[in-house]
Design a protein. Structure first.
Length: 237
């Protein structure tokens, strides 16, 4: 029987199990796991980012991104059907304390700058949360893929508003195939991006958070706060 419920139900192949058994390992909390270091370097190269950080899951990586970009009470703009809102158990209320301000896309399932811009508060005001982050998702949970041109427009608007952009790219490589572009071209329209190894890529566990070096340094510290610092994680890598 073939299980079509989700791409998350795949099982590791014999080759994967062999690679795990033979992986060279070290202590990743001490940044001494060579296999994990190599994976993070590869992830950064594939997404066109300066650095990357391994996390246990996509939800973990998304929430770590919010925790790193946003001060407590900061406002985050994102699609009301995004994974961060719908499928992450309200984690931002527990971890980052970010205030999520959702929008409903006017024309498509995916966001356009015209959906986001009206929600960004133009002037500081003691009554309002501080604008802090825009979150996008590509591909979306329903399989919809957002065109790169639309993401580029949002990135330009975000830069004008001095806001970083985080991309939930759980299925980034599926989106890249659908659009016929490199994953780095999609990821380049965001400041940080996470992608899952355990979905379209078929690995049993793990996700990568990629971004600027200073951002990843902060995320490394906050990953420890969230309980994500693992020891001989090269077995997973």
């Amino acid at each position: 029987m073939i299980d079509f419920r989700s791409d998350t139900v795949t099982r590791p192949s014999a080759a994967m199990r062999k690679a795990m058994a033979e992986a060279e390992v070290g202590d990743d909390v001490l940044r001494e796991d060579p296999t994990l270091i190599a994976l993070q370097k590869k992830a950064a190269e594939l997404t066109g980012k300066e650095a990357a950080l391994f996390t246990p899951s996509g939800t973990f990586a998304n929430q770590l991104s919010l925790f790193t970009w946003v001060n407590t009470g900061g406002e985050v703009y994102l699609n009301e059907v995004s994974h961060i809102i719908q499928h992450e158990a309200g984690a931002s209320a527990h971890i980052s304390g970010a205030f999520l301000r959702p929008f409903v896309p006017e024309f498509f399932n995916w966001a356009q700058w015209s959906d986001i811009a009206p929600r960004i508060r133009p002037e500081p005001d003691q009554h309002f949360p501080v604008p802090s982050l825009i979150c996008l998702e590509n591909a979306l949970s329903d399989g919809t893929v957002q065109p790169v041109e639309s993401m580029a427009e949002i990135k330009r608007g975000a830069e004008a508003a001095e806001l970083p952009v985080h991309l939930d790219g759980a299925r980034l490589f599926n989106a890249a195939v659908s659009l016929g572009v490199a994953a780095s071209e999609i990821a380049g329209k965001a400041d940080s991006v996470m992608f899952c190894l355990s979905k379209g890529l078929g690995a049993p566990v793990g996700s990568l958070l990629c971004g600027p070096k200073d951002f990843i340094e902060k995320a490394f510290y906050k990953r420890k706060i969230m309980g994500g610092g693992m020891r001989q994680a090269g077995i997973l890598a």
